[in-house]
Design a protein around this ligand. Structure first.
Ligand code: UDP
Length: 538
């Protein structure tokens, strides 16, 4: 790889002179370390100190210039996992003049994206924390194109899913360990540091029990744009209409097993009159898995990271997640959250084993595979008696691990019953028309006219025009919401109306000022913005 880097010709002396004279330049986006991504020119990295270096000169730029707040707690998160104290980025500062006494810099000519992978051996983490964020960070900055090079600084070796990371750019990603072989002082000509968190939907429970992120900003559309890219890179093309519909059982072969898998497959095939196949990460290549999931009508699997691959399912397909005994499906929802993102168009079903008879526990295994033999007797007994793992923080809760690594004999009638509550006829990809939901614009030209009848009665005639975008859309149902608020009061009277004018007479007083708020609603739940408030005096 060192050869690969030096192949691109750069004028070494010009580059060195520029570094000495101009120093490092940094401009970042984001107001907090948790939403910051920085663009650098001439950011350097000492492979001996294992630190990034910022060189000050008369022309260097540092925005934001945080002073010592740069260490409270860091300039930015290197991974997409928020505010994790093992994932912070910072640099040390030196005057450019110090370069005279330092090892000769080796320049990295490629535009670099510098980040941490969070847990590259776990498929959920690979997709959710790394691949999607890297893909969309690259979409955010136009010079992070397919010729950019990824630098993974977390310190792990390639890991079992490295081939997936390689798909994101045409250049081989480099790991922290490999940087040593390139030189003692590396200087990135142009680099971006940090990852966008805009696509992540789950928090793993480091500060509060795990669950969906509070403010999810991604929809199925962006997930599917990403999977389309990945499928192209994997050379997976989906059969359009022709082929037979089928169900996929994604099995685990090492732990958290389905003990009666053969029986399960037979039952599913019979119930839904569909071919049913088994796949596993151990027995299928990744492109094969993606192809098989990409055409499936239903994916059935034990809770576990392999379920993140439901992001490759076609629209309209069903995800069935199986939970071992004592594990409440509502407490572990990374895959439910994914499947139910707006626009993913997947049906999600959770099934839980509620029968102690049908579970096999492994108290004597090592702690990280769910063993509890290292705990004191009373605690072991409490765990064994418990019928539900209480909510807990990540990542070493022994009761959670004990239950998570049980094997399960799936109660077939109970499972079929749960699936049948949602899947009434045949499951599977419905040839859906585009169901993208578009919101109304503001109503226009709102007017009001008041009329007073005597000293106690008044009427308010309000009219408005349709939102500008409505004339280009086919909308099933258009309604208007009008709020009438007496000036100075903090309550209002709401109305839902079908027409573009209405005369209000109930509770309208003479010689009063009313504020009238109007917005358009498409199809019951697509609420538009309110138009500028109307001031109406009776
Ligand atoms: N894994 C697998 N088969 C197994 C057990 C695990 O393919 O029998 C995969 C799993 O999908 C994940 C990784 O190995 O990508 C780590 O699994 P672990 O049980 O640690 O994590 P979890 O699946 O609970 O997130």
């Amino acid at each position: 790889q060192s050869q690969e880097l030096s192949q691109v010709q750069i004028d070494y002396h010009a580059a060195l002179q520029a570094l000495v004279e101009d120093g490092t330049r940094m401009v970042c986006t984001g107001r907090m370390h948790t939403d910051r991504i920085c663009r650098f020119e001439s950011l350097c990295y000492s492979t001996e100190a294992e630190e990034f270096v910022y060189f000050h000169s008369n022309s260097s730029v540092m925005l934001p210039n945080l002073g010592s707040r740069r260490f409270q707690p860091a300039l930015l998160d290197l991974s997409s996992v928020e505010d994790h104290n093992t994932q912070y980025f910072n640099f040390v500062e030196l005057p450019a003049a110090a370069l005279k006494f330092m090892p000769k810099p080796v320049f990295v000519p490629d535009v670099a994206l510098i980040a941490n992978r969070f847990n590259p051996d776990n498929l959920m983490h690979v997709f959710h924390d790394d691949l999607l964020p890297i893909y969309y960070t690259m979409q955010q900055f136009s010079d992070l194109d397919l010729e950019a090079r990824l630098f993974f600084m977390e310190g792990w070796s390639e890991g079992v899913h490295f081939d997936l990371y390689k798909l994101l750019s045409n250049k081989q990603p480099l790991l922290r360990e490999q940087l040593k072989t390139l030189g003692r002082l590396l200087c990135f000509t142009k680099s971006y540091v940090g990852l966008s968190k805009i696509t992540t939907w789950y928090q793993y429970g480091f500060v509060q029990p795990q669950g969906p992120k509070a403010n999810i900003l991604v929809s199925g559309n962006e997930i599917r744009q990403f999977t389309k890219f990945m499928m192209q890179k994997l050379n997976v093309s989906l059969e359009e209409s022709s082929s037979e519909e089928y169900i996929v059982v994604f099995s685990r072969t090492i732990n958290r097993l389905i003990l009666n898998e053969a029986e399960l497959i037979l039952a599913l095939a019979q119930e839904f009159q569909m071919k049913t196949i088994t796949i596993s990460l151990e027995e299928h290549s990744f492109p094969d898995i993606v192809r098989l999931i990409g055409n499936a009508s239903m994916l059935v699997s034990m809770h576990g990271a392999q379920l993140v691959l439901s992001l490759f399912l076609p629209r309209g397909a069903t995800v069935v997640e199986l939970f071992p005994y004592a594990i409440n499906p509502e407490h572990y929802t990374p895959y439910k959250t994914l499947a139910t993102l707006p626009g993913m168009d997947l049906q999600y079903i959770a099934w839980q084993n509620t029968d102690r008879e049908d579970t096999v526990t492994y108290p004597d295994r090592p702690w990280d595979q769910g063993g509890i033999a290292h705990l004191d007797k009373a605690e072991q007994e409490r765990i064994i008696k418990s019928t539900e793992v209480p909510r807990h923080l990540c990542c070493r809760n022994p009761e959670w691990l004990f239950r998570a690594y049980q094997d399960t004999k799936v109660n077939i009638p109970s499972l079929i019953h749960v699936i049948r509550q949602t899947v009434k006829s045949k499951p599977g990809p419905k040839k859906q028309k585009w169901s993208g939901s578009l919101y109304p614009g503001k109503v226009r030209d709102a007017k009001c006219q008041a009329s007073v009848q005597g000293t106690s009665e008044a009427k308010l005639a309000v009219s408005w025009q349709i939102p500008w975008n409505l004339k280009y859309l086919k909308v099933r149902e258009v309604k208007y919401e009008v709020w009438i608020q007496e000036q100075g009061e903090n309550t209002y009277m709401p109305y839902i109306l079908s027409h573009q004018n209405h005369t209000f007479s109930e509770n309208i007083k003479p010689f009063t000022i009313y504020l009238v708020w109007i917005r358009c609603i498409f199809n019951k739940n697509l609420l538009g913005p309110f138009a500028d408030v109307l001031l109406c005096s009776t």
